[in-house]
Design a protein. Structure first.
Ligand code: AMP
Length: 299
């Protein structure tokens, strides 16, 4: 079952303790698509400028990501600069150049409108609502956001959340959006808005999945070295939604496994800058790492 993703395709300038890279391929929809493509076909809707390079486009094509919904607009591609100092769990935004994003309105191609699995990657919440208005009732709608939107447009973010089946965000965003210190209480507040499930990511400390009845705690893989955490959240979502779409299931047991596949994809992503690690995986790499997660948590 294919997955529709709408989000950003970006050129990122990233600085981590492992080094600095300028104008490397990034963006919420890019990381999501690449991770998800190991599980199921992906249809991407986003915008880039005329400066978007054929090599970057090829990377997505090599992962068989359908680019019929990738609009090319006059102007420059969206750019984001971020750095990590000490705490690798939280990026500090150094700059955001919206460029072609400024006038972007997602157009969902007719062939994507009946997608059963939809991921609203991190973009301005008003644009996420525009996507929802264009699609038929999907089986599963999953969404993400970031601190910037919770800060600027908390009511819009809540409106988006009320339309989701599953909301994925991190611990700092959970506290920021709900005002609750306890993550369990924060998840409870989100569940009241409408979603059937909430995933709260805690960076190198794993993730917690909440439904109204159940809770599942997933670890993150202890790593010797994190090169670049950028896109970890989006690759996590890519593995999670990709697995659910491949299996055609959304029950809690499948969601638990999906959270582990998400953690697997995020663990690969942080091993290198941009999509350098994520683009070259085999099915065997993924299954072996899934097994490592199982060994890590079975007792
Ligand atoms: P994350 O998974 O949270 O690390 O997402 C990182 C990606 O989000 C980067 O590759 C950025 O290009 C992208 N990003 C950062 N700020 C924004 C924004 N305001 N809107 C859309 N995408 C963004």
């Amino acid at each position: 079952m294919s997955v529709l993703v709408v989000g950003s395709v970006a050129l990122d300038t990233v600085e981590t303790p492992a080094g600095k890279r300028e104008e490397i391929l990034g963006g919420s929809a890019t990381y999501f698509s690449c991770a998800c493509s190991y599980f199921t076909p992906v249809n991407l809707v986003a915008v880039v400028g005329e400066d978007f390079s054929p090599d970057d486009r090829r990377l997505l094509e090599e992962r068989d990501v359908d680019l019929a919904g990738l609009q090319v607009s006059p102007g420059k591609t969206f750019r984001w600069g971020g750095s990590y100092r000490g705490d690798m769990n939280e990026a500090r935004t150094d700059f955001t150049d919206l460029n072609v994003f400024e006038d972007f309105h997602p157009r969902i191609p007719p062939s994507y409108r009946e997608s059963e699995y939809v991921f609203l990657a991190n973009i301005e919440p008003g644009l996420q609502l525009e996507v929802l208005a264009q699609i038929e009732k999907p089986r599963l709608v999953v969404g993400d956001t970031m601190n910037l939107w919770i800060d600027l447009k908390p009511e819009r973010v809540r409106e988006v959340v009320s339309h989701l089946d599953l909301f994925i965000f991190n611990d700092a965003e959970a506290r920021q959006l709900t005002g609750e210190v306890s993550l369990k209480k924060a998840a409870g507040e989100i569940l009241k808005l409408g979603p059937k499930g909430v995933v709260i990511k805690k960076g190198e400390h794993g993730a917690i999945l909440f439904s109204r009845e159940e809770i599942f705690c997933a670890p993150a893989l202890p790593m010797d070295r994190i090169v670049d955490p950028t896109g970890a959240g989006d690759s996590f979502a890519g593995g999670l939604v990709g697995y659910l779409a491949r299996e055609g299931k959304t029950d809690f047991v499948s969601l638990r496994r999906a959270v582990i596949y998400g953690s697997v994809m995020a663990s690969f992503n942080v091993e290198d800058f941009s999509l350098n690690r994520l683009r070259n995986l085999s099915r065997d790499d993924i299954e072996k790492r899934y097994q490592r997660f199982q060994n890590l948590t079975s007792f």
